[in-house]
Design a protein around this ligand. Sequence first.
Ligand SMILES: [Zn+2]
Length: 271
Amino acid sequence: MKWSLGKSKRQSYSVELSHGPLEIPVVRHPRRRRMSLRVREQRVELALPMRCPEGEILAFLESAKPWLEVAGLRAGELARLANSNSIWYLGVELGIERGPVEFPRYEEERHTLVLPQNHPLGDKDLALLWIHSVAVAEAEPLVRRLAEVMQVSVGEVRVRNQKSRWGSCSHRGTISLNWRLWMAPPSVIEYLVIHELAHRKEMNHSSRFWAVVARFCPTYQESERMLKAMGHRWMSQQLPAKSSLKAPPRPSPTEKRSQEEFPTPPQGSLF
Ligand SMILES: [Zn+2]
């Protein structure tokens, strides 16, 4: 029973803030040693060690109130954004329209994305899938072009759906980029690629690393600031669940021939 000593059984805490009460769910982890608060999946969470006296938790929450005032609002904003219809593409907030087009069409001068009027998916889901498809088409050529300029070798180039990272560079030279980067201005996308490629020279974030970044991207600090200020909005956007992308159910053997005559497009490529 040693481990239950001082263990709090509560699943959540409610903290009174200036804009109303904030419900904070508890997450426990056996290896955790310290209490901490974080914004995750559009809510504020309290991470606790398995053993933690109630009095300490309450004192900790009290001391964290100034942070919670801000983080609680931010979490609320994230939830609102995730449900709103607004779409960012290359740093511009786009309007969405339906029209007589076969594939999504971006009308740059009007800041508008025109979507096929008969497509069953909702505006936002379809727009995000389109941004994902643009990222898939553009990531590799961009990485290869910049790698040539920087004279570094790269392995595979992947477009990924990471929840919290914009990009990464593995020891083997695999460059992974988050598709949501294509919501950011082109200068930010370019910076991120240069950042990952600079890791081909320096596998760290030392001053030597930043000197390489600065050589190829003199405005990198501006891009870093933009990612800090806007990144959480873009990162909170989710592609539609796989189930809504599924091709029609498998045909029965008698239907098989017609299925072969009209093959469904590969998974995920809706356009
Ligand atoms: Zn890095």
